[in-house]
Write a protein that binds this ligand. Sequence first.
Ligand code: KG4
Ligand code: ZN
Length: 346
Amino acid sequence: TDPVYILGIESSCDDTAAAVLRADADSHAVLSSVVIGQTELHKAFGGVVPEIAARAHAEKLDLAVEQALEEANIQITDLTAVAATAGPGLVGGVVSGLMCAKGLAAALNIPLIGVNHLAGHALSPQIEGQSPFPYLMLLVSGGHCQFLIAKSDDKFIRIGGTIDDAPGEAFDKAARILGLPQPGGPAIEEAAKQGDPKCFDLPRPLLNRDGCDMSFSGLKTALLRARDAVLNDQNEIARQDQCDLAASFQAAVTDILKVKSQWAFQRYLEFEPKHPCFAVAGGVAANQTIRGDLKQVAQDAGAQFVAPPMKYCTDNAAMIAYAGLTKFKRSDFDGFDLSARPRWPL
Ligand code: KG4
Ligand code: ZN
């Protein structure tokens, strides 16, 4: 049989991404994965500005698609189907991506496939390698924080998650509080290397409560108070305090994720996995301390630990193309009435 070429498009937050996935009868490969970030555009605003994001997506989508086709070394007419994120996310960006996908699908007369961004993340361990269903997934990024049981390509059960901020968001806010650069995660991780994680006693909300829901917003307030207590007369923070606070903050987030992962694992076992597997994805999974502790949770439970390569952990279009492929195989296509769903739980 002829190979299938799926174009994936992602534009739900602040990355404009396009990727080409090739699938044969029983294998698949990512031929290209282009990500055009917008960090610089939003830098001055201390967060993603939806209107600016939407404009940038509209401007860069063509470019991302063109580059993805070029790097994949295929012609646009070789495409078999177009898969695009239809939500959840910032509506302006999602609409831009869907318009682009619809235009291509109409012009090329090929199927249009709307993909749930969270399903893209949840299936990301399958892009390179095979995680056995059902597997437990912790999705931890700047915008998301949830435990999912992936039962199959199209069945996901959410068993818990944050009740307020996502950890990446908390890292970014914490960095701002400590006068460290954005994105906050890598900056805090770096500073924490020179700090003492036990120096400041920060709270671990919900830690002693049953279940795997999490909370991070109180931690941020506590960090603010701890910082204010060590500021000098000029409102400056000493380098060592900065590092100690970073380390203490990271330790608190790590503890929360670790303990709640243990809870999630107990729930997961009710699904009777024959080969237990714990997968993590999202930008925060890049953190070595967090990753190490999560790996330990898996090992203690005798489970396989899977973390997709960083380029598929953070927002990308290869995961959208892959999730699109699973829908393609089920002939689960969408019509041109497909609309953006800013809120779309799995
Ligand atoms: O998955 P991602 O690239 O984008 C979305 O949120 O969709 O995640 C970005 C988030 C940012 O908040 C960033 O601070 C955080 O992931 N992050 C980290 C690290 N690297 C990135 N957090 C902690 N430690 C890191 N090393
Ligand atoms: Zn994402």
